[in-house]
Design a protein around this ligand. Structure first.
Ligand code: LLP
Length: 440
């Protein structure tokens, strides 16, 4: 079974060269920092290309729509890459739709998800030509039907269901279990289908959607989710005479953040999903199913790294040594929010003595720690440090906390580095600020 990019800590082209310097995309990292500044998000094109190709190969011959979950990292450039790789998008806000539209993305190849899409967002989605909505709840179904009627269109919908499957990931990123804010409980399916069939004439129900959680390291949950969706489809067919044939299995494939993580090969996940599809299509008499899958983290997570510069340090008497870097929780909230673990390396390594340090962020909060108690070569002020696997849910969850500037994100390929998102400027930082008349 082939190893896929999500099973390595480092991006494909990231290696230490003979001078002991880490390079990526054929460029030494210090060169990139000189050119684009620190901190910096760097994305390796080859890694994204490799994992998207693996997805396509793993599902070859199937009627499958690969929808990149834009929430993981969304910019116009990533839309261009996904379009090139023949991936659609899973979008969850008007902002994501707008980004896709401004990158000339094919809006027909988008599924619109989310548990509280506003009426304005639903209108924008229809106007942009989005054709598949994953309806999450009763309120949305009512609103979407009303808006579609106003616009004199019929929209295709999936019903997002909570299949009652628990996966063993962080509680905050589990979504498929019963006590979840997302989707219809299985006991509510009859009521919503009845409404759609009898009252919501501008909604065309074509299938079901389930997303189980994120950073998943097991395959059985995918098998079970397919089974639950198909079983429910059969119940719907028996009761309402409606044949559903579109099934969206969500995202969730895990990546390797630290050596002890054991994420699963995309081929293995695909095999389980395909097998469950085949078995359950036969069992429940479902013909010509269309399959949707929405990977986010594993498409961009491993491809991205963040490079920081070491600054001050503090040796607590008889305690920890803290080395602070020029970024932290505003560019990567994941350690503070989820206790997420990361792997770090010193960019230029000349066989220095090693010591245990705690890599701290620069933000005014004690919880702003990137990695606790990690063995690193001795660090001096000005040394560059690379954090791996920051391609997903770092830039997209970044903030301007402490009024710091969001770093730039660049993409590297075959010795060329180009900007995907510029570093914010101070002018941009205050651009929406107004001084009210009463304060002048
Ligand atoms: N589809 C749906 C409906 C989702 O809610 C998500 C993620 C995905 C697909 C993509 O899942 P992925 O393949 O990336 O695991 N901020 C958290 C992750 C939240 C994921 C939310 N939903 C983190 O940093 O770990």
């Amino acid at each position: 079974m082939n190893n896929t990019a999500n099973q390595s800590v480092r991006p494909k082209t990231c290696n230490r060269n003979k001078n002991g310097i880490l390079e990526i995309g054929g460029i030494e990292i210090p060169e990139l920092i000189k050119q684009f500044g620190s901190p910096l998000y760097i994305y390796d094109y080859a890694t994204i290309d490799s994992i998207t190709k693996d997805f396509k190969k793993a599902f070859e011959g199937r009627d499958i729509h690969m929808m990149y979950a834009a929430k993981a990292f969304m910019t116009k450039a990533i839309c261009k890459i996904m379009q090139k790789e023949n991936f659609g998008l899973d979008c969850v806000s008007a902002g994501e739709l707008y980004t896709a539209h401004s990158a000339d993305f094919d809006m027909k190849n988008i599924v619109f998800n989310g548990n509280n899409k506003t009426c304005e967002e639903l209108r924008i989605a229809i106007d942009f030509g989005v054709q598949l909505f994953s309806v999450d709840n009763f309120t949305e179904a009512k609103n979407l039907d009303k808006i579609a009627k106003e616009k004199n269109v019929t929209v295709n919908i999936l019903l997002r269901i909570t299949p009652g499957i628990e996966c063993h990931t962080h509680e905050y990123i589990q979504t498929g279990n019963i006590d979840s804010k997302f989707g219809f409980d299985l006991t509510q399916i009859d009521d919503i289908v009845s409404l759609v069939v009898n009252e919501y004439k501008n909604l065309n129900l074509v299938g079901l959607h389930a997303h189980l959680g994120s950073q998943i390291f097991e395959t059985q949950v995918y098998h079970d989710a397919v089974e639950v969706m198909m079983r429910e489809a059969k119940l719907i067919k028996d009761k309402f005479g409606l044949s559903l044939n579109t099934f969206n299995i969500g995202g969730g494939a895990g990546i390797k953040y630290v050596e002890s993580d054991e994420p699963i090969s995309i081929y293995k996940i695909a095999d389980v999903i395909k097998k469950s599809f085949d078995e359950n299509c036969e069992k429940y008499g479902i013909e010509k199913p269309h399959l949707y899958i929405e990977p986010g983290r594993c498409i961009v997570g491993t491809a991205g790294i963040t490079v920081y510069t070491a600054g001050s340090y503090k040796q607590v008497p008889n305690g920890r040594k803290y080395v602070a870097v020029d970024g932290g929780m505003a560019d990567n909230i994941r350690p503070a929010l989820y206790d997420a673990a990361y792997t770090a390396e010193k960019v230029s390594y000349a066989d220095e003595e090693k010591e245990i340090v705690t890599l701290a962020g620069r933000y005014c909060e004690s919880g702003d720690i990137l990695i606790k108690d990690v063995e690193m070569p001795k660090l001096q002020e000005g040394d560059l440090i690379c954090l791996y696997d920051t391609g997903a849910y770092c830039y997209s969850m970044s903030s301007n906390y402490n009024r710091t500037l969001k770093p730039a994100a660049v993409i590297v390929k075959d010795g060329v580095a180009q900007i995907m998102v510029r570093r914010q400027s101070f002018e941009e930082l205050v651009e929406n600020d107004e001084i009210p008349e009463m304060l002048k």
